[in-house]
Structure formats: structure tokens, C-alpha cells
Design a protein around this ligand. Structure first.
Ligand SMILES: [Zn+2]
Length: 407
């Protein structure tokens, strides 16, 4: 515990508006491609658009490039390329609102002009998108990818995911961790200057990656398993390892990861309404059209009537516990906006991030703490990753990495 609980901060909105606010995970790129979603013209139709992002003083968004492994089987890279292009296209079409960013410097520069533009960054969610090719990884870097989540919910050539763990004959999870290729990928990401993202991976893959990586790693959208027992969340041991590594855990807002009560009630709902639940899952993974969205929204409203959204305090509990375990320099925001069916009460999209700042302030975090959580932590990690990449590329011994600030 390195946070001094002080009296609630009265001018919390001013603090929020002077912070560099960074979210490391939004799934809006899928909408750019599939629905021709435009964050200006289609404002109000999702969790993320320019008006909402500006309302919360958003400094930078990492758009996740998440390729559904079932729907795009056989052409993962092609789908990822389409999604990456869509982010560039949106930035090009809205030069006063959004600007592509490739570095810490770019993020800071985006805010400095008269338009106070939002920096757009790219994260590849799921190593299957490189289809087993280090060359594709390097090309993704050239196109702007600045993190890659080693796995999504599916295990892949890089290693084991937390999403499809099988039990061995003794009833223990058969966790194979990272493969030799996964190790090679982590090393190459260190060399390139791409952040290694350990959200979604299995426990063993997590520890393999943290041990192996010369640079601090991130969990771009993960909560605490001590608070909500879900394999997608990080155990306290993982949080401690992440902090020792100098990394950062960005808290996910998904109701299904932040509330035991929500998980239990969802299960009961699925048992009571199997047909509707199956249909909702199908729509969720299927092609998104305005029509399928409307049907899904209806099914979700039916579920919400029986399974209420968790209170905002459930999400703040994750922040608080993770800060207690890892320290205030190692926790941030990884919303999963436009990628989740349910958000906690009061959080309807990116515009509501100031409510999180206010809730954290009420729990006693100082102005300096809030700045760290809202964006400075992930900027520090990104800067360290850039610095270590330069160190490796200049031919120096990666095992003797330079001293990284704040780690
Ligand atoms: Zn995810």
C-alpha cells in the first residue's frame, strides 16, 4: 500500500480535465468496418464517439484489432488488415478530431494543437492475427500496432489462453504456457518496441511472458481475481509480478468480470431462457448490422430486467484492490467499450470516465494518484518499451536493460 488516503478532493472535475486520459481497450474498429460506423455522424449509437470522447477529455484510445477466430478462420491477417485500415481511415476523414499516434511523443503532441485532437493507437488483440509469421508481426508494427495481446479467448501458435483451458486427468488445468514461437514473438516485440499484452492469456503464459520480457508488460483490459473469481482476471500474485516488472494492469469494465453476483444471475438467466441466450450469443459473434444490433439490444434489455447491472462501486472495488496489491503506479483504465454487452451502472460509454475519477477521489486517492491511474502509468510503460527497444536495436545486451523510470 503506497497510497495515502486523504480527504476527498473537491475539484475532481478540474483534475480529470487536466489529466492525460488514456483508455487501452475499445473494440470500436469492428464497427468501423462492419457497420461503416462514423464517430461523428453516428454519435450516440455506441460506447465511443467523438462527442463522448471529448466530453471525458480523452487523450488517447487504443483501438483493439480483435479477429473472431471462428468467423475469420483461414484469413485472420486479412481481417486484421481491414480493421487497421479502418482506424487510419477514420483518422484521415476527421483530421480535427483524431490523429494516428505511434509513440508517447505523438500522444502528447496530439493534445497540444488548437483542436486538442484525440490520439488513435492500435493494439492487436490475439496473436492468431499474425498467422504464425514474425514478418506479419513486423508489418503490423509498421502499420501502427503498439501492443499485441498474445492470445484472445482462443489458444494459438503463441501459447495458451485462459479462455479454452482443458482439465488434465488429475482435474488440474492443462496449462501449456507460451510456445517456443510465443517466446520468439515476445523477444521480437521487445526489439520492435511493441507492448506485450497479457490480458486473456492463461496463468502460465502470463508468468512466461513476464519472466521473458525485457520490457514492462501491460494487461490492456483485466480485473482482479481476488475480487471476482474469473480466469480472465489477474490473481494477486500476477499483480505483484506485473508491478515488479514495471508494468501496468488496465481495469476492464465488463460486468461479467467485475461482479460475482452478475455472473451467478447471468448463469441462472441462461438456464431459464436457453433459446434467447443462444440467439444472443449467435448475434454477438455474428456480422453486426443495424438490424442484428436492434435484435441484440432487445434481448439484452430482456436480460437486464432480470440481471441488473452491477453498481459502479463493483468496478471501483477492482481499482482499489489492484492498487492496494500492485501500487498506484501500476493500475489504469482498459474499458473494453464497444466490446462488452454490459457496463456497470452509471457507465454508458467513454463520456462517463469522469465518474470513475470522482469515485476514486471519494475513496481517498490524491490528485497525483488520479493522474497516474488516468494515463500516466501506461505512458510510463510505453516510454520504457520504446527506450528498451532502442537499447536492443543499438546492439546492446537486452539482459542489461537501462534503468526504467518508475518501475
Ligand atoms: Zn478482450
Amino acid at each position: 500500500m503506497d497510497t495515502h488516503k486523504i480527504h476527498p478532493v473537491p475539484n475532481v472535475r478540474a483534475i480529470h480535465n487536466t489529466a492525460i486520459v488514456i483508455d487501452t481497450h475499445a473494440d470500436t474498429a469492428g464497427r468501423f468496418v462492419d457497420e461503416s460506423f462514423d464517430p461523428e455522424k453516428d454519435a450516440g449509437k455506441g460506447h465511443w464517439d467523438f462527442a463522448k470522447a471529448r466530453a471525458c477529455n480523452l487523450g488517447a484510445e487504443f483501438f483493439a484489432i480483435c479477429v473472431d477466430p471462428v468467423r475469420y478462420k483461414g484469413h485472420f491477417t486479412r481481417r486484421a488488415l481491414d480493421m487497421i485500415d479502418s482506424v487510419h481511415e477514420i483518422a484521415q476523414n476527421h483530421p480535427n478530431d483524431l490523429v494516428m499516434a505511434y509513440s508517447v511523443r505523438d500522444i502528447l503532441l496530439a493534445r497540444s494543437g488548437p483542436h486538442k485532437r484525440i490520439a488513435a493507437l492500435i493494439g492487436i488483440e490475439g496473436g492468431h492475427a499474425i498467422e504464425g509469421s514474425i514478418r506479419v508481426l513486423r508489418n503490423f508494427y509498421r502499420l501502427g500496432a503498439r501492443y499485441m495481446t498474445l492470445t484472445w479467448m482462443n489458444s494459438n501458435e503463441l501459447g495458451q489462453s485462459s479462455g479454452d483451458l482443458k482439465l488434465d486427468q488429475d482435474g488440474k488445468p492443462d496449462d501449456r504456457g507460451l510456445s517456443d514461437f510465443g517466446r520468439e514473438v515476445v523477444r521480437e516485440m521487445n526489439r520492435l518496441g511493441m507492448m506485450v499484452d497479457v490480458s486473456h492469456v492463461s496463468d502460465r503464459s502470463f508468468f512466461d511472458a513476464v519472466t521473458l520480457s525485457h520490457a514492462p508488460v501491460i494487461a490492456s483490459h483485466s480485473g482482479s481475481r481476488a475480487i471476482t473469481n474469473h480466469p480472465r482476471n489477474l490473481t494477486d500474485d500476477m499483480l505483484i509480478a506485473l508491478a515488479r516488472n514495471g508494468g501496468v494492469a488496465q481495469v476492464n469494465f465488463n460486468c461479467g468480470f467485475i461482479s460475482d453476483e452478475f455472473i451467478a444471475k447471468s448463469k441462472a438467466f441462461e438456464e431459464a431462457h436457453p433459446a434467447e441466450s443462444k440467439r444472443a450469443i449467435k448475434l454477438w459473434h455474428g456480422p453486426k448490422t443495424p438490424r442484428s444490433r436492434a435484435e441484440l439490444k432487445k434481448l439484452m434489455a430482456m436480460k437486464e430486467a432480470e440481471v441488473p447491472r452491477p453498481p459502479l462501486s463493483a468496478l471501483i472495488d477492482h481499482f482499489e484492490h489492484m492498487i492496494e496489491v500492485a501500487g498506484v503506479n501500476h493500475v489504469g483504465i482498459g474499458s473494453d467499450f464497444d466490446g462488452v454487452e454490459c457496463l456497470p451502472q452509471g457507465i454508458d460509454g467513454v463520456q462517463d470516465l469522469p465518474k470513475i475519477t470522482a469515485a476514486l477521489a471519494w475513496r481517498g486517492y490524491s490528485t497525483a494518484d488520479l493522474y497516474q491511474i488516468l494515463g500516466r502509468n501506461v505512458l510510463r510503460v510505453f516510454g520504457a518499451v520504446e527506450q528498451i527497444s532502442r537499447h536492443i536495436q543499438s546492439g546492446q545486451d537486452p539482459d542489461r536493460r537501462p534503468e526504467v523510470a518508475g518501475s
